[in-house]
Design a protein around this ligand. Structure first.
Ligand SMILES: [Zn+2]
Length: 411
């Protein structure tokens, strides 16, 4: 290490932005000072860097735009449809967060696990418990993570222990505090579990605080029909009327939408958080990535743990590509490039979470970094090294993860 522990160099193959929505790989050296990237020098890696060197790969921290912290122990409860899975597996797990110490410990455990997969930023759901949600925000911040955590709002169609009346839930959510790089988010779970009063109140809370909004939309057909029965309107319209479709809204899933829905979303939301591994696990349907992007709707991507079994965002990116290829067989659309997929899980997702310069290695960016030591260099000689890297990726190659220049995971 250099004389000053907050000033150091990292060398190797660096993943840097390329155009507006892509990345490229370049040999170089990164200079880090006081938690931020001070600069980058392209060319042969420095001879004696403090970290990395020949054969190392340096990625910006990965970002996961949709996951559930209380569901990390519920991965793999198979064979259930969404609404049945929520009732029999997920709601009992979320009740345990009534114990704030449990919520804190579980958040720390989940955060450490995410960091071991290179994820340094999240859009996360907690539970309906106010203290547990605050503990989660503080726990993730203590490890230097960035992004948002929301107190889940539910006042109907869930077990009584998880229902909080609209006015109480909203004033609790309003009392949440950001910590370090973590902020609260306004988080009505989905239209099934929220009354109109709660949805409208959530829209007002977001307008008042300027916080991001995260919720679920059109994950399964049964859910869409249920929303129409409860609210007497189409799903997108329910959210629009409640003031929940804003430029800072991330909508989980968005599978069962028609062209009219997409054109409404194109004018007002930050984007859909596409969760390919969760959609496969719950047999929810196939997200139409190309059609959604073509309609002008932003798309980011998330693991959706615990419906999604994979914590690795590289694996989630690969699943996104695999889903897009299956959909392409039906609608002749073009699947995304590997460069786009890598950009999506780095700078693209970080931008969707509102993290300035997040997921890039640009000067001024937070030094949230993943140090990777591949056991093969075959991918680097491929015609498209980014594609070869995506498909041959092995999470065991991750040797360290840094947030704000601090080592928070070491293999
Ligand atoms: Zn979800």
């Amino acid at each position: 290490m250099s004389a000053r522990p907050d000033t150091f160099t990292i060398a190797g193959t660096l993943m840097v932005p390329h155009g507006a929505e892509g990345v490229r790989l370049v040999e170089g050296t990164l200079f880090v000072r006081e938690g931020r990237v001070e600069g980058m020098r392209e060319g042969p890696p420095a001879a004696a860097p403090d970290m990395g060197g020949e054969g190392w790969l340096v990625l910006p921290g990965l970002a996961d735009c949709h996951l559930h912290l209380p569901q990390f122990d519920s991965i793999g409860a198979d064979g259930l449809e969404l609404l049945d899975w929520l009732e029999s597996v997920i709601f009992p797990a979320e009740m345990r967060w009534a114990d704030t110490d449990f919520a804190r410990e579980m958040s720390l455990k989940a955060a450490r696990e995410l960091l071991s997969f290179g994820t340094t930023a999240v859009g996360a759901y907690a539970t309906v418990h106010h203290e547990g949600t605050q503990a989660a925000i503080d726990a993730l911040a203590s490890l230097g993570m960035r992004g948002v955590v929301g107190q889940v709002l539910m006042d109907q169609n869930a077990p009584g222990d998880l229902l909080v009346p609209a006015s109480a839930a909203l004033s609790q959510a309003m009392a949440l505090r950001g910590c370090g790089g973590m902020m609260p988010a306004v988080t009505p779970r989905f239209a099934v579990s929220c009354s109109e009063k709660l949805l409208r109140g959530a829209g007002e809370l977001a307008a008042k605080t300027g916080w991001m909004i995260q919720t679920h939309l059109a994950e399964t057909e049964r859910e869409c029909e249920y929303v129409r029965t409860i609210h007497g309107a189409a799903y997108v319209e329910v959210y629009r009327a409640a003031g929940l479709l804003t430029p800072a809204t991330l909508l989980g899933h968005g599978i069962h939408l028609d062209e009219r829905d997409l054109s409404t979303l194109a004018t007002c939301v930050a984007g859909i958080a596409h969760c390919p591994t969760a959609n496969t696990f719950l047999s929810a349907g196939e997200f139409r990535l190309a059609a959604t992007l073509h309609a002008g709707v932003g798309v980011c991507v998330g693991s959706d743990v615990g419906a999604g079994p994979d914590r690795s965002m590289v694996r989630v990116a690969r699943a996104m590509l695999e889903t897009a290829k299956r959909v392409a067989l039906k609608d002749a659309s073009a699947p995304p490039t590997a460069s786009w997929c890598w950009w999506r899980i780095t700078g693209g997702n970080a931008a969707a979470l509102g993290i300035a310069q997040g997921g890039t290695l640009e000067a001024g960016a937070p030094a949230d970094l993943v140090l990777v030591r591949p056991t093969t260099d075959a991918w680097s000689r491929a015609a498209d090294p980014l594609s070869a890297l995506l498909y041959s990726w092995d999470d065991r190659w991750i040797k360290a993860t840094l947030t704000g220049g601090r080592r928070v995971f070491e293999a």
